[in-house]
Design a protein around this ligand. Sequence first.
Ligand code: SF4
Length: 390
Amino acid sequence: MAHAMLSASSSHRWMACPPSARLELEFPEKTSEYAEEGHFAHALAELKLSRAIANTTKPSVFKKRLAEMRQDPMFSPAMEEYIDQYVNLVSEIFLTAKKQCSDALVLLEQRLNFSQWVPEGYGTGDVVIITDDTLEVIDLKFGKGIPISAVNNPQTRLYGLGAISTYGMLYDFSKIRMTIIQPRLDNISTEELTVEELLTWAEEDLKPKAQLAFSGKGDFNAGEHCQFCRAKVTCRARAEANLELAKYEFQKPPLLDDDEIAEILAQADLLQAWVNDVKTYALEQARDHGKKWPGWKLVEGRSNRTYTNVDAVAETLIAAGYTEESIFKKSLLGITEMEKVLGKKKFGELLAELIIKPPGKPVLVPESDSRPEINSLQSAIEDFSGELPF
Ligand code: SF4
């Protein structure tokens, strides 16, 4: 299915930087291994929910399709367990809804049209549950990057609006719940609003920005959202925002003060991401399309020696009298790969006691970050208490 220009999944970006929506059209859409995995996980979830709660797939069809999916290279036992966990959570939400309203209705993979507020806008709602007084939309996110909050989240709000637009005429609900479930991060986040509150946001905040975005107007505005923009490498607004840092070359007096360092810290991640994007783009253009950048040339990078034939190396050494123990080393699979092989449940049963998550190294983050502050001096005192050499 072709993506709408103002899609729900990109709404965070086009609401922050309206002209990005049209500028992006000049660049091809790219998919990634993670996106493909996400699509597959959604298809598996839909199949399982269609049997578990919607009752729209016959047992024989379900069995056959599940067997086929288990043969797919994208499938892994760990993925299935995460999806089962998601299916259980959705089933619990639906059961609770049923207790409150025996006529509760569940719909899967619904096309939700929110074009009343966003020109040509539509998206797909993974799960929609309708009761007498509440409409709930549930969004599965299979990524394991960072926990995503549903509070003030324009993507889930757009799904909510699409559901109101589609079912509001038929049902009389007054509240709307928008829920994100990320089974790989044990994250469930919900925002509950009255229908009126959501419609007010849609009219006052969303609609004006969507109209600017659709007509390619408004101000460019660089920020964290640039990382998901197809124009991010050659966008001038992003370059100018990052090059602002160059002004520190001319600062007087010669040493930066605390406020200046704090300002550099605030921009450092964005600057680094932008520099990496430009370097990757320039390399790809030179390597794959013969592009010449003034003052730069393509050369061979550093490389390491490698065996041409591992089997022949082993045979040669064993024939020369070396033992297998001396030329091979065994190593255990890493935790992520091991979990894939064993499946989440078995992995937990067998290895939970044998895995620790040590405290991470201190990192500087903005005060708005939700993690609690650590006192590095205090931790140093606690680390060394009782270990002093006198
Ligand atoms: S890269 Fe950033 S500033 Fe440039 S168009 Fe995209 S979102 Fe806007």
